[in-house]
Design a protein around this ligand. Structure first.
Ligand code: BTN
Length: 331
């Protein structure tokens, strides 16, 4: 869609939304300074994008339903962002939204640019894993951040992302998800969302961070391989019905904006406390794998750099910066 077409489409949608009932072709053509034939052409294009627009002779047009398409028009409508600009770039299919956002950031894209795609050819998870990214079902979103912080604080941005995702799931669907350190969002022990935090930094300063979110929304778990079906779920699977991807994306962006601002303006303690309370990690007996080593112990929480602190059976305190929790029990 060209930019000029884009803004005409937006003007037509706004006019239809503001009109009480049917809006005549004549009124639209006067308001927008376009011929009635041009208006009709745009209506057909909008229908092609999935907008349900009814037309009646002598009455005009009425907007019946908006599509659940992840377009900047739909997501950006009345989006309330303060710290982040919310500069939305939406795509049909990309290799990976994190890869694209990273390239954009290298070329100077500003903080707050958000890359969203309907599908990823090579969606990436942590530790070199693949992230299954079928077309038109889930959310694949990456945001560029340029925080003025020292590199050791970057892992805390993953917690900002996890908190935002949990709050968005709760606010949008009343869905109570659990957290598995560091970045897994689970429901009933199965993975619903994950985060991938990538950084470009020098020794003492962060150039940029790309924070990537994958959230399984309207995915039928039947399309997953048998192996993944055991481990993954989606919001649709949990609730038993489809959900609005657009509404969820808007909510998630507003939560990211809020918690990123809280991180920068109110400090790391707040993020650590909030993550510890949503993850309910203190006192859990964990088995953690980190770079080939296994650690067993009772979780004492996160330290000020966001590292997981375990008290081992030999009463040693270990800090783990990256890894996977393999097992959990309450003490
Ligand atoms: C994980 O749990 O291992 C992290 C998964 C992160 C997936 C998201 S989808 C959007 C963004 N682009 C990617 O290639 N990965 C992240």
């Amino acid at each position: 869609m060209r930019t000029s077409d884009d803004s005409i489409n937006q003007l037509i949608l706004t006019a239809l939304e503001q009109g009480k009932g049917y809006v005549s072709g004549e009124d639209l053509s006067e308001q927008l300074g376009l011929s009635r034939a041009a208006i009709w052409k745009r209506i057909r294009v909008l229908r092609g994008y999935g907008y349900k627009i009814a037309a009646k002779p002598h009455l005009g047009y009425v907007l019946v339903q908006r599509p659940d398409r992840l377009s900047s028009q739909e997501i950006g409508r009345d989006l309330k962002m303060s710290r982040l600009a919310g500069d939305l770039r939406t795509y049909g299919e990309v290799t990976s939204t994190n890869d694209l956002a990273y390239e954009m950031a290298l070329r100077g894209a500003r903080e707050g640019v958000v890359v969203i795609a309907e599908a990823q050819r090579r969606g990436r998870g942590r530790m070199g894993r693949l992230w299954f990214s079928p077309q038109g079902k889930n959310l694949y979103l990456s945001v560029i951040l340029r925080p003025s912080i020292v590199p050791r604080l970057v892992p805390l941005l993953t917690y900002v992302g996890v908190i935002s995702t949990l709050e968005a799931l709760s606010a949008s669907f009343s869905l109570a998800a659990q957290v598995k350190w560091p970045n897994d969002v689970l429901v009933g022990g199965k993975k619903l969302a994950g985060l991938l935090n990538e950084v470009k930094a020098e020794t003492d300063r962060v150039d940029f961070v790309v924070l990537g979110f994958g959230v399984n929304l309207n995915m039928e778990t039947e399309i997953l391989s048998e192996d993944l079906r055991e481990k993954a779920t989606s919001v649709m699977r949990e609730l038993g019905h489809r959900v609005s991807r657009v509404d969820f994306t808007r909510c998630l962006l507003e939560k990211i904006d809020f918690w990123y601002d809280a991180f920068l303006s109110r400090g790391v303690e707040l993020i650590i406390q909030k993550w510890e309370s949503v993850a309910q990690i203190r006192g859990k007996r964990l088995t953690v794998e980190s770079f080939g080593d296994l650690y067993r112990g009772v979780a004492e929480g996160l330290d000020r750099d966001g590292a997981l602190v375990l008290r081992t059976e030999r009463d040693k305190r270990v800090r783990i910066l990256a890894g996977d929790v393999l097992g959990t029990t309450r003490t």
